[in-house]
Design a binder for this molecule. Sequence first.
Ligand code: KIV
Length: 305
Amino acid sequence: MRFWNLRVVFYNYLQSNTFNFYLCSVFKPNLMSAANLEDYRKVTTHRLFEMKQRGEKISMLTAYDYTMANILDLSGIDVILVGDSASNVMAGNITTLPMTLDQMIYHGTSVVKGVKRALVVVDMPFGTYQGNSKEALACAIRIMKETGADCLKLEGGEEIIESVTRILSAGIPVMGHLGLTPQSINKFGTYNVRAREEVEANKLVADAHLLEEAGCFGITLEKIPAALGTKVAKELKIPIIGIGAGGGVDGQVLVVHDMMGMTSKGFSPRFLRRYSDLNSIMTNACQQYIKDVKSCDFPNEAEQY
Ligand code: KIV
C-alpha cells in the first residue's frame, strides 16, 4: 500500500511543472537559454504589444509543416507564420498566387499541431479577401475553425480595409502586410525594393496608420528602405515586423527554408542571413545513404530483425 502511494506521488511529480522545468533545464539547455520559464506562457498578440513597449525584439519565422513548426516552437520562436511562401518553397511555384484556401488550411493545421507556445499566424491566400468582404470573412472563419491558428495576415492597405475591418469585427486578430506584397507581383513587375519614392512611401505610412486604427495587432513590412521601416515603427504603437525593412523595426521575419540554407544559393537578397547550410548537409547525407545502400553497408546486422 505504502509502495502504491509512493508510485502515485512519483507519477504526479512526473506530470508537474517542477519536473518539466527540471527536464527542460537538464536536457534542453538551448531551449531554456532561448526562452526563460516566464516565456513558456503562450505568446499572444497582447504579449507582442508588451514586447514592443519594453523594447524587446520579436522573432518570427515561417513554417508549413508539423516537424519544422515543432523545432521552431521548442527553440523559443515568438511567432510562426504559415506563409503563402509555401507556394514557392513547398509547391515549387514561381509566385504565391496559385496558393488555394484548402492548401493554406492544410499547412496551417499541420503547423498548429506542432506548436504549444508561439503565436501562429496564417496568410490568407490570393483571391480570398481582395473582393467581397463578406467572402473574405467566410474564408477567414474557415481558416480559424479548421486550423486552430491564432490569427491571420492580409496583404495591402486602403484597398482591402473593408475586408480587414469585417474580419476584425468577428474577433479574429489581423496582421497587415505592406511594402513588397508578393500577391501583387504582377502589378509591381519586379521583386525590387518598394517605397523608395516619396509618393509610395507616404502611401505606405498612411496605410500603416489606417491598419492600426482599424485594429490590426501588427504589420509586416517587406523590402523597403530601413529609414522608412524605422519611421513606421516609431509612429505606430503596434509591433512592426520587418523582412528587409532594416533594424529599426520591432522584430524580424525570414522564410525558414532561406535562413536554414535549404533554398538555392542563387537566391540571395541582401536582407537574407543564412544560419546554416542544410542544402549541403542534406545532400551529403543523401549521397552517403545512396553509397551505403549500393555497397550493401546498410542495413548492417544491428539494423535488421
Ligand atoms: O509568405 C511569407 O512567407 C511572408 C513573409 C515573406 C513575410 O509573407
